[in-house]
Design a protein around this ligand. Sequence first.
Ligand code: GAL
Length: 412
Amino acid sequence: MRYGLHRAALAAGAALFAIAPASAADLEVTHWWTSGGEAAAVAEFAKAFDATGNHWVDGAIAGSGGTARPIMISRITGGDPMGATQFNHGRQAEELVQAGLMRDLTDLATKEGWKDFIKPSSLLDSCTLDGKIYCVPVNIHSQQWLWLSNAAFAKAGVPVPKNWDEYVAAAPALEKAGIIPLAIGQQSWQTTLAFQVLVTALTGKEGYQKIFGDKDAEFAAGPEITKVFAQADNARKMAAKSTAQEWNQATAMVISGQAGGQIMGDWAQGEFQVAGQVAGKDYTCLPGLGVNDIIQTGGDAFYFPLLKDEEKSKAQEVLASTMLSKPTQVAFNLKKGSLPVRGDVDLNAANDCMKKGLEILAKGNVIPAPDQLMSADSLTRINDLFAEFFNTPTMTVEDAQKRFVDLVAAAD
Ligand code: GAL
């Protein structure tokens, strides 16, 4: 009997040994995903990583990317690095990489053939500096969406708009019905987002490239950009009574029908999903504001600071592979409202809005994110102007455009 127990214990030990990874570690992962939809999505990463025998230590930083990024950066530069951290696709971590603080993932990427399955290839290009790969893209997020409450328009007695102009035209009816036409959070990145979306919708791929890619001051001074500022002026009037702070508070106003709509990235879908709302029935999504079907292939990537601890370093590689695995890509992106970075996964369960995004992606109607085109400093200056314009009703379209031209001329 005693022998039997002992044998059983040994067998159990052997079984444990067989499933445990060669090493296991606690890895702190920082990110700014704290809304309902975001938390549900990030839990999929944690679950998949924990299943490898390692342990995801959640380092959520509340606020927004703008609050979280300086904290992340100062921890890395200050000698207190986390195991992995979120940044947006693009140049946000460029200086950390140049300072030699981030881990080179090239060997792992080559071994696993990331180049063969990560689509579009621009995602991996954004992770690459001097030929070496420093991050794992985990999703494709696009900002270019207008989310509309079907109930709000029904209450106002007007049809749900099919494009930006119809939406602006419906604003008085919404107001009359006691509905705030446009919900927008007060944080500056949200006004920035609205402007960037207007630039894309109203001036197309070419106009967007001229501003953020070519830094073309002449184009910035022209009539197409005047139109963008004029529509931004409409947007600020439509949002005059919006008191939300966080983006998901603004989404909640659309979900409840208190507001007619919100210009926001496709991560808003996570919130509609958590609230049990159905695309097409309860809410409507218009990519490119219903004017130009274009989406941006921005999104999120994870970077891995160089660590001295060998076990944690091994766990970093496991996390990188896990984030890119087919089942994790599907589970995470369905909850997040983003599109997977792999072209070889089955997204049968995608809702109508995600399907629209997938179609636009398949047509190649895509643009890179501003972060992929312009330095962080130049973008900050331009974004500050957008925020000021939005919050200063006395700033005219002409004044704003004049300042915009100077900033574009000086941008790198
Ligand atoms: C973005 C990020 C998204 C989304 C959003 C709001 O920067 O790419 O994943 O979560 O912030 O938090």
